[in-house]
Design a protein. Structure first.
Length: 167
């Protein structure tokens, strides 16, 4: 993860962070940790959605809002059925980026395009492997995500098994 310095977070993941904060599973310190270790990026289209959904977990003055550079790429993704905010991710430079989303079709589409999409739960494992999240915190987050049916049994067990052997 040392070479990855940028983190693009879609609206769905931001709303999940809000929910986890309200549920008391993460704190503002967790959000600040993301900003300490990554350049957190959104597009204007994602920002518009976040304002519409009253997302409160992001730190506006520390978030880079990058406009779409490749309009044609964005339009192609929109024609393929994705909304403007999701499509906007494909119109910016995503090299050296981790892209967090909870949208399975978007993750699959991005993976086909060789983009580094992942679910928030998978990202937590990377944070753990980089010693940014403790084993206990990862366990509690994983357990909570499973209990609210955000991740399935297989992913829950996979994360649990990966971290069981790590100390």
């Amino acid at each position: 993860m040392a070479s990855i310095s940028k983190l693009i977070i879609d609206t769905g993941t931001w709303t999940k962070l809000d929910t986890l904060e309200v549920d008391g599973v993460i704190s503002k310190e967790f959000i600040e940790l993301l900003y300490e270790h990554f350049d957190v990026i959104i597009t204007p289209e994602i920002e518009t959605e976040m304002q519409y959904y009253n997302v409160s977990s992001w730190i506006k003055n520390k978030t880079f809002v990058i406009p779409v550079e490749d309009i044609e790429a964005k339009k192609k993704v929109e024609r393929d059925g994705f909304d403007e905010a999701d499509a906007s991710i494909f119109g910016i430079d995503t090299r050296d980026c981790i892209i967090l989303s909870e949208d399975r079709p978007l993750i699959k589409y991005g993976s086909i395009s060789l983009m580094n999409f992942m679910f928030f739960a998978e990202f937590l494992v990377l944070l753990f492997e980089s010693s940014l999240v403790s084993k206990n915190n990862l366990y509690n987050l994983n357990k909570h995500l499973y209990s609210i049916r955000n991740i399935g049994k297989n992913l829950f067990k996979d994360i649990k098994q990966k971290t069981h052997w790590m100390t």
